[in-house]
Design a protein around this ligand. Sequence first.
Ligand SMILES: Cc1cc2nc3c(=O)[nH]c(=O)nc-3n(C[C@H](O)[C@H](O)[C@H](O)COP(=O)(O)O)c2cc1C
Length: 403
Amino acid sequence: MLTTLIYRSQLHPSCKSAQLVSLVEQARSRNTGLNITGILLSDGREILQILEGSEESVVNLFHKIRDDKRHCNVVELIRDYGPRRRFENVGMLLFDLQVKSAKDVLQSVLHYSKLESYLASDDRVFKFIQTFITGKMPPQSGAMFDADKWTLSRENLPFGEGIGLIANQSCQFALQPIVEPTEGKISSLEALIRGNDGGSPEHFFSTLDQDKIYEVDLQTKAYAFALAEKLGIGGHKLAVNLLPMSLVNVPGAVEFLVHQIKIHGLQPEQVIIEVTENEMISGFNKFNSAIKQLRAEGIGLAIDDFGSGYAGLSLLTRFQPDKIKIDREIVCDIHLSGPKQAIVKSIVSCCTDLEITLVAEGIEKIEEWCWLESAGIRRFQGFLFARPQLNGVGDINWPHFSR
Ligand SMILES: Cc1cc2nc3c(=O)[nH]c(=O)nc-3n(C[C@H](O)[C@H](O)[C@H](O)COP(=O)(O)O)c2cc1C
């Protein structure tokens, strides 16, 4: 299928822009063999390249180009399909904005292209070209935090050895820190439910009688508070996941939570209830009065997996939580994806305006953290920093800047 891929990048400081001329010449003859066409625009620092051809050959070539050390911060902007090429008969052409004016570059791009047939239809490819030529591309925020300049060092067991399996409980909890890496600070601990065999939450809930789910869900929170007390989490915050319907269906649920929090030596203000975006949306009207009750007690509320559902933003028009955790799907490989970056930038801007704390979860790569940090996010959760540990808090990896 005819595929068009556009990416943007920045020329590496060691690669002079004059080198682009020979680079593109070589590219042109290789592309002809691969039946790939396209153009490369540059202003001497920023690059925008359009590649078109069969999906397989375009994607294979893009992977090679992405690893090329002559440029950096390579971010894919579009991968789209269409009936015809925009740059037929052009293996690869260079348009240098240092040599010609923006107006002339635009004219010659149009001259070499078959864009006229697309122009009538608000063509996104053409809009990217136009935005680049007119110098209106938003700056790359990720470029400020360079992943190569950071190394990780390990802090062993910040709360000492774990407790081991706890007897006479229907389940266990694994704790995973949420950290502020640049401050070297743990901002909270999330208590993740596990079966007594260490199994996942899904497996644990699947072993329960359906009519007991909400009751058990609520009661198990007492184990999480007891664990926090045993480990001595001090003033740290503790986040627990809860099915919102547990608060609606179990009589006296909020009173139960508050009582358990207090008898385990915690303050309600230290506790954050995490509810997934989808659960929140589906039961919002029923859940609304329980939210008010929780807030009145001082307990915090977080929306988990934000962005995984279909109506996260519209939910924010009705209800603003203390904290939003951006879904791991959005965060995964964010340093490589233009659409993901645009979405996260809008979430950051919206949460800044609303004074909602943002957490990015599922961070596994230092590049993901660097991009998100430079986009303004300060709190992170994920294997890169710390794995969940059964009845304890595991080692934490802290990033350090090395010149
Ligand atoms: C900005 C930039 C654009 C490039 N465009 C192409 C291209 O269109 N076609 C191509 O074959 N190589 C292109 N290259 C070079 C590839 O990254 C790679 O060096 C080349 O395909 C040879 O790879 P190989 O030696 O592994 O076969 C580009 C490199 C850079 C830095």
